[in-house]
Structures are given as structure tokens and as C-alpha cells.
Design a protein around this ligand. Structure first.
Ligand code: FES
Length: 163
């Protein structure tokens, strides 16, 4: 068969072998190009959406937050605090460069591990370089006192939820 084809085209068997090799090489290159194009299109069609946790979350019951209670919700990066005026929630994200603060039990406040900012338990800056207080978020309670915090709604400092 090979020699017949080679004979019909006036090629020697070596020339026919080289022709077949180059044909396969070309087909392989086309297949690789097609595969690359298909992968590029598939990647383009895949949504590049950043999924973030919901902004509203349950935070326990009002009765769980007697005055002086500070709970850190690590997933939401929020403190829920039982203050003298009621329950409030505030961001745990430092207003300097965005590090996550931690309660500083020894100092009775909140501290940032990155550059040393300190906040009191209402989020007010007591030591820089943080330029602003920690923002407070809306807290709602249903009829039974179950709390919902909404981190998409920033409220003025001092608007604690009365128990
Ligand atoms: S990020 Fe908190 S002090 Fe710099």
C-alpha cells in the first residue's frame, strides 16, 4: 500500500515516509491549537465571581450578652459586645491597613497585631496609627431576643440595641 502510493506520486518510500510524518505533525499541531483555543474559551466562559459570606448572620440571643461580654465572630470578623447601653456589633478590621484585631484582655480593649493600634471596647482609637474608630454594624432582635447582625449597614457609634 505504501509503495503503491509512493509509486503513484512518483515518490521513493523514504519521501513517502517523510510526507506521512509531516502530515501527522501538522495534524498534531492543529489538534493542540484547537485544544488550546477550546480551553481558553472554556476559561473565558467560567464566571469569575468572588463568593463572599452573607452580610447578615445570627449572633445568639440578647440574654447571651450581659454587660462586659465581648465575643469575636472570626468568620464574619465582627465583635458582638454587651455594653452598658445594650448590645452592639462592630468590625474587627483595623482601620489602619485592614489587619484583623483581637481582644486584648490584659488591656481591657482591642489591639491590632500589625502596627500596634489599640481600641477601647466601643471601638474608639486609644492608640494609633489607626485613623478611625472601628465601625458599628446594625443589630436587630426578633420578638424572642434572637440577634441578627448586618455588616452591610454601618450605624453611628452609640446606637446600641437596648435589651
Ligand atoms: S493594620 Fe492595624 S495598626 Fe496597622
Amino acid at each position: 500500500m505504501l509503495s503503491e502510493t509512493a509509486d503513484n506520486l512518483g515518490m521513493t518510500p523514504d519521501e513517502e515516509g517523510r510526507r506521512q510524518f509531516l502530515t501527522k505533525l501538522g495534524l498534531g499541531a492543529c489538534a493542540l491549537t484547537g485544544l488550546g483555543a477550546a480551553l481558553t474559551v472554556a476559561d473565558f466562559l467560567e464566571p469569575k465571581v468572588l463568593f463572599e459570606p452573607p452580610t447578615s448572620f445570627r449572633a445568639g440571643n440578647v440574654s447571651d450578652f450581659p454587660e462586659g461580654t465581648v465575643r469575636f465572630n472570626e468568620e464574619q470578623k465582627v465583635y458582638i459586645v454587651g455594653g452598658a447601653a445594650g448590645v452592639f456589633a462592630m468590625s474587627a478590621v483595623c482601620t489602619h491597613l485592614g489587619c484583623i484585631t483581637r481582644p486584648a484582655a490584659s488591656e481591657g480593649g482591642i489591639a491590632c497585631p500589625c502596627h500596634g493600634s489599640k481600641f477601647d471596647l466601643e471601638g474608639n482609637v486609644t492608640h494609633g496609627p489607626a485613623p478611625h474608630p472601628l465601625p458599628w454594624f446594625e443589630v436587630r432582635a426578633d420578638a424572642t431576643g434572637n440577634l441578627t447582625v448586618d455588616t452591610s449597614v454601618v450605624i453611628p457609634h452609640g446606637k446600641a440595641l437596648k435589651a
